[in-house]
Design a protein around this ligand. Structure first.
Ligand SMILES: CC(C)(COP(=O)(O)OP(=O)(O)OC[C@H]1O[C@@H](n2cnc3c(N)ncnc32)[C@H](O)[C@@H]1OP(=O)(O)O)[C@@H](O)C(=O)NCCC(=O)NCCS
Length: 169
């Protein structure tokens, strides 16, 4: 996915970006650490769903998304192995922009691109685990919290405030 912005661009992530991605992750997701191998595997499995936010040669954000099974969000810091043959959701695994770059519309532009990508794949919805008090941000794009007892254990691998959200088409 590629999204041109007034300042910078969301461009496809490559293996060469993984060190910069880890650096952003270590600053943004202090409470939700994942091994570098987790990001590398997602990129290998579904490169078209992975992007970095770049401005003047510096990476200040990244996104990792892929087709998946609805109502089965992966626990934090797990490898997937393979992607499902018949996906039932488009899943936003990780989405982070450095604090100093936030508020410029970059996150919203990419969220819209992800939703358009999911539609183009004819998937029935987009889903994610909302953390960091990001529920209001996702609600702007039509995501709604889904509370199901079967999700509790996976959500707790993030924290007690994590919520599963789905944006249906
Ligand atoms: C969520 C995130 C990627 C948005 O990136 P961004 O480039 O700042 O997004 P935009 O500039 O398009 O939109 C920012 C708007 O969303 C709001 N917003 C962003 N994150 C928010 C949050 N965690 N809680 C509440 N509102 C939030 C901002 O207040 C801002 O509102 P405004 O347009 O009225 O000023 C970024 O805030 C981030 O990296 N947050 C930390 C990591 C995170 O929570 N990721 C999502 C986990 S599911």
């Amino acid at each position: 996915m590629r999204v041109e912005l007034e300042r910078g661009v969301w461009r496809p992530m490559t293996q060469a970006d993984l060190a910069a991605v880890a650096s952003v992750a270590n600053k943004v997701h202090i409470s939700y650490p994942e091994d570098d191998a987790v990001q590398a595997e997602r990129l290998a499995l579904y490169p078209e769903g992975c992007a970095v936010l770049e401005h003047e040669g510096a990476v200040s954000g990244y996104a990792i998304t892929h087709p998946w099974r609805c109502a089965e969000p992966p626990a934090l810091n797990v490898m997937l192995g393979t992607l499902p043959e018949r996906p039932t959701t488009y899943y936003i695994h990780d989405f982070a922009v450095l604090p100093e770059t936030r508020g410029s519309g970059a996150g919203s532009a990419f969220a819209n691109a992800v939703i358009a990508h999911a539609r183009s794949r004819a998937l029935p919805n987009v889903s994610l685990v909302a953390v960091n008090k990001s529920i209001p941000f996702w609600s702007r794009f039509g995501f709604e919290v889904v509370s199901e007892p079967s999700l509790h254990a996976r959500l707790l691998t993030y924290d007690a405030d994590a919520r599963y959200m789905v944006r249906r088409f």
